[in-house]
Design a protein around this ligand. Structure first.
Ligand code: MN3
Length: 258
């Protein structure tokens, strides 16, 4: 299935014939020097829930398009741009760094974002842009869940209260940052050392490139909310708070601080 066919499918297709995400990922054909189909390093990982799981906060059609068209596009373009420099690709493949587990690929993705100058100059911009898109969206799906929301507990709740006063103030601050972000981008709760911060990035820029770790983030591109919320970005952000997967956020906090 080509991207054009997938898009056509999203618009005109029926639920019964919906392709599996894995199938979409496997049919992400790309042609480049020396690399056969099927050897592309990155794939669209399955969503951890169904397309209707976040409804009504994030409706099925919007999530489907976001995942199958937007995220898939980043993965496809990331593979294509990496494939334009066979030496760069082989430098990872040759040492076995991409032949193993998903973790290994995650490590590669993180390395590219933390140290963009490790990427050959002529493919750097395209790789960083699409690696950011892939990384941000891969986390975004996991940061949400069916029947999520509420407030964090345990150590994460304590540091949020210490840093922001209380959960309500934290929520206000994140909402305000999201509203102030001009144009496409993301609002984040990040970790720098042991310090929590709310910040925003433009386009698909990753906090990793600024030396931070990501705990939580919200996609502020219009494709993430416009079809359901139009220009009511605040309504979207408030609804998103109802689907946050705080367990996932707490695990990330523990991973980076323990
Ligand atoms: Mn997006």
């Amino acid at each position: 299935m080509t991207r054009r066919e997938a898009l056509k499918f999203l618009i005109f297709g029926t639920a019964a014939a919906l392709p599996l995400p894995e199938a979409v990922a496997q049919t992400t054909h790309w042609e480049t020097r020396g690399l056969a189909n099927g050897t592309h390093p990155f794939a669209l990982e399955p969503l951890p829930y169904g397309f209707d799981a976040l409804s009504p906060n994030i409706d099925e059609r919007m999530l489907k398009t976001h995942y199958l068209a937007v995220h898939w596009g980043y993965v496809t373009e990331l593979n294509k741009s990496i494939g334009l420099d066979l030496e760069f690709y082989v430098s990872w493949a040759g040492t076995g760094r991409i032949s193993g587990t998903t973790n290994t690929k995650e490590h590669w993705l993180e390395t590219m974002l933390k140290d963009p100058y490790s990427i050959p100059a002529r493919i750097r911009n395209a790789v960083v842009r699409n690696a950011g898109g892939h990384y941000n969206h891969s986390l975004f799906w996991q940061m949400m869940k069916k029947d999520g929301g509420g407030e964090p507990t345990g150590g994460l709740a304590t540091v949020i209260a210490q840093r922001f006063g209380d959960f309500a103030r934290f929520k206000d601050e994140l909402l305000n940052a999201a509203l102030r972000q001009f144009g496409s981008g993301w609002a984040w709760l990040t970790l720098q050392g042991k310090s929590l911060n709310i910040e925003t990035t433009s386009n698909e820029d990753s906090p990793l490139s600024l030396g931070r770790e990501v705990l939580l983030g919200i996609d502020l591109w219009e494709h993430a909310y416009y079809s359901q919320y139009q220009d009511r970005r605040a309504d979207y952000v408030n609804a998103w708070f109802n689907v946050i997967n705080w367990d996932f956020v707490a695990k990330r906090y523990a991973k980076f601080t323990s």
